[in-house]
Design a protein around this ligand. Structure first.
Ligand code: AMP
Length: 399
């Protein structure tokens, strides 16, 4: 019972093949530079060395064919025949208000996702290219869509609406959607499992902090608010994204710099955040190093990140009437003890007490709060692929 999970970006295709009898990963890999010179596939059969092949890969259809070849390869493959593959699960970024959970992909679902393209112009088109590539290569295989926005569909209207005239919501679907939903779902469930309490009884704040970061309030297992919004730009400062800004900055700066909307979006998405403030890098490791050697702007960028996350934690604790568990995940959340310490400093007033020794952990599940901390603070590596594989099994195989 094998399930292939696919995550397509504009020039990349990530994949993992699961054996769902025991949820083990048989192989994983990445096709990169699709449509660009220097395209290649990096493929790893679990327990063996990574194989890298340079290939001409003009589009996602060819990329998927190359993945299939790798999975069937005599030496580093893991399938004898494609008949062993029971279903394919796709990560899809935006499903608008249409889906609050994963679904089997049908022509109607594809139409709905095409309709969401204006809401996620950078992400939905490559996600759809992945679906089209699989449909063409394996027309009879069931496919499932798992959406980044779905988990946040439980937010109440007062949390997802913006204070702009209501008809813009009706006409253009302008509202907070939230992203990283699959990750917030996974780590909140895993946190409940690890403390041995039902998710319905817990208030959890999940901090997904990587190149993109979002903070979510998970009350009784449901997302009730999240820091990203209509787009993945707002919230805390990120690698190159600004996070929250006064919206009037945008027209003011466009006028001052004489740049159009597209150029302004580029500034906010690609030139801002840790990179824009520090002038050093979008990678927190470089920013930390620069701050240690006396770079004041790097220190400022770091402090802005911690302060921003802390403010979201405080507001979500109030939104839920208290918090039981605080979870850190993704590249920064899983690896930077310094970021976790910087964020938790000052949260003692709400019952957060970090244990500096336990906080030294990197990249594995751990409780990092002191034994007498009222709030349990945890590091939980995220596993979005596993959620996609499980939903795919549930919808396409167990039905
Ligand atoms: P992600 O998008 O989840 O892959 O996270 C990528 C980001 O995690 C990188 O850009 C780094 O800023 C950050 N990161 C990874 N390892 C560390 C580390 N040891 N210390 C600080 N930041 C890290």
């Amino acid at each position: 019972m094998k399930v292939l999970v696919i995550n397509c970006g504009s020039s990349s295709l990530k994949y993992q093949l699961f054996d769902m009898t025991d949820e083990s990963v048989l192989a994983k890999g990445l096709v990169e530079r699709i449509g660009i010179e220097g395209a290649r596939i990096k493929h790893t059969k679990t327990g063996t060395d990574t194989v890298i092949q340079n290939r001409e890969i003009p589009n996602h259809k060819v990329a998927f064919k190359v993945v299939v070849e790798a999975l069937l390869d005599e030496n580093h493959g893991v399938l004898k025949s494609l008949d062993e593959l029971a279903a394919v699960g796709h990560r899809v970024v935006h499903a608008g208000e249409r889906y609050a959970g994963s679904v089997i992909i049908t022509p109607d679902v594809i139409d709905a996702l095409e309709e969401c393209v204006p809401l996620a112009p950078l992400h939905n088109p490559p996600n759809l290219m992945g679906i089209y590539a699989v449909t063409e290569a394996l027309p009879n295989i069931p496919q499932v869509g798992v959406f980044d926005t779905a988990f946040h569909q439980t937010m109440p209207g007062y949390a997802y609406m913006y204070g702009v005239p209501y008809h813009y919501y009706e006409k253009y679907k302008v509202r907070r959607y939230g992203f990283h939903g699959t990750s917030h779902f996974y780590v909140s469930r895993r946190a409940a499992e690890l403390v041995g309490k039902p998710i319905e009884s817990l208030n959890i704040i999940t901090c997904h902090m990587g190149n993109g970061s979002s903070i979510t309030a998970v009350e009784g297992g449901k997302s009730i608010d999240t820091s990203m919004g209509f787009s993945p730009l707002p919230g805390v400062i990120m690698g190159t994204r600004s996070g929250d800004v006064d919206p009037l900055l945008i027209s003011y700066l466009s006028d001052q710099e004489a740049i159009d909307n597209k150029a302004m979006s580029h500034v906010l998405n690609k030139e801002s955040g840790l990179l824009g403030i520090s002038g050093v890098s979008s990678d927190l490791r470089d920013v930390e190093e620069a701050a240690d050697s006396g770079n004041r702007r790097a220190k400022l960028a770091e402090d802005m990140l911690y302060y921003g996350v802390k403010k979201y934690i405080g507001s979500y604790a109030v939104a839920m009437g208290g918090v039981d568990i605080l979870v850190f995940t993704a590249g920064i959340g899983e690896n930077s003890a310094r970021a976790r310490e910087g964020i938790c400093k000052g949260l003692e007033c709400m019952g957060v007490k970090l244990d500096p020794e336990k906080n030294k952990v990197r990249g594995k599940e751990a409780v990092i709060s002191a034994d007498d901390s009222e709030v349990t603070v945890m590091v939980i590596p995220t596993d979005e692929e596993l959620v996609i594989a499980r939903d795919t099994k549930k919808l396409a195989i167990d039905r």
